[in-house]
Design a protein around this ligand. Structure first.
Ligand SMILES: C[S@@+](CC[C@H](N)C(=O)[O-])C[C@H]1O[C@@H](n2cnc3c(N)ncnc32)[C@H](O)[C@@H]1O
Length: 283
């Protein structure tokens, strides 16, 4: 396992993923009853952008850094930018830290809500445990997130949101693991919302996953949002990314419809840019 998120923290893919995540968490908060946030691949939670890894790639400069001075943003993006700004208050114009998915979730969760966060890499898991020591809402597991999803669902709260955000070191293999985990989770906890982030290199790598969701997963409704900064025809670079959302909240497609063009414009790397929003339905 070589992947370290510190090299990529705050890049365009994180902006995409984390703004959608915050929109999904806001939807959970529409009801007063507690929800459970389940993060299968949580990372270390907080990334030092002055670390050797982040300084080497500076990917955040083409991502979150670009949004800091933007105004009039769609709600989820506005919440996201404000949280990043607040964490960096007093640090000058260059960002110093970046919040990963569990930290962002913790900043918007209420007292009654609960979170389960899994991380397999021991150093990352240790950092995550240290970050959430003292936060009784969170339970942190140094454990395979797919296996934990099977063992720990459905949670007591009965309703909730699962983020599946794996490293995709081997694209086809990761999709197969996601499918197996999602099929089991949907059988045990059918009403949860599941958000699966995926990288886009070659389009043909993604088609079978979409087809599986539409035709074989057992999901009753699924929505896909994608952002492409380059055409999806090269295996050699991250051309874009997507989020497949099973059981999306009511009217969430409208929020995404507003969010995606703004992301495309603010995060563009060239004159090319595309977005996609599609319901996955059996053919
Ligand atoms: C893309 S990063 C996660 C980033 C995080 N979700 C965020 O948005 O801030 C993927 C993480 O999964 C961890 N990982 C890899 N395989 C795993 C597994 N089977 N179960 C849990 N964590 C795993 C990696 O160490 C890495 O920290």
């Amino acid at each position: 396992m070589n992947y370290r998120h510190a090299f990529h923290a705050g890049n365009f893919a994180d902006v995409f993923k984390h703004s959608i995540l915050l929109g999904l968490l806001e939807a959970q908060k529409q009801k007063q009853s507690a929800f459970c946030y389940f993060d299968t691949h949580a990372g270390r939670g907080r990334y030092d952008l002055r670390s050797e890894e982040a300084a080497k790639t500076r990917e955040y400069a083409g991502g979150v850094q670009r949004l800091l001075t933007s105004t009039r943003l769609p709600t989820a993006l506005h919440i996201y930018v404000n949280l990043v700004r607040a964490l960096n208050a007093g640090q000058g114009s260059e960002l110093a830290v970046y919040p990963g998915s569990p930290l962002l979730a913790s900043l918007v969760m209420r007292e009654q809500d609960r979170a389960i966060a899994c991380e397999l890499q021991p150093d990352e898991a240790a950092a995550l445990k240290a970050l959430f020591r003292g936060d009784a809402r969170f339970s942190i597991h140094e454990r395979d997130g797919y296996e934990a999803l099977k063992a720990l669902t459905p949670p007591k709260q009965k309703r909730g949101l699962v983020l599946i955000d794996p490293p995709f070191e081997a694209q086809a293999g990761e999709f197969l693991q996601i499918e197996a985990a999602l099929a089991g989770a949907l059988a045990r906890w059918p009403n949860a919302t599941y958000a699966v982030w995926y990288p886009i290199k070659l389009r043909q790598h993604i088609v079978p996953f979409h087809r599986w969701i539409a035709e074989r997963s057992g999901a009753t409704s699924a929505l896909v949002a994608e952002l492409l900064l380059h055409p999806d025809n090269s295996a050699l670079r991250l051309n874009g990314c997507g989020m497949a959302i099973v059981n999306p909240p009511w009217k969430f497609d409208r929020q995404l419809d507003e969010l995606l063009p703004v992301l495309r414009e603010l995060l563009a790397q060239s004159r090319y840019g595309a977005q996609k929003l599609e319901w996955l339905k059996a053919a």
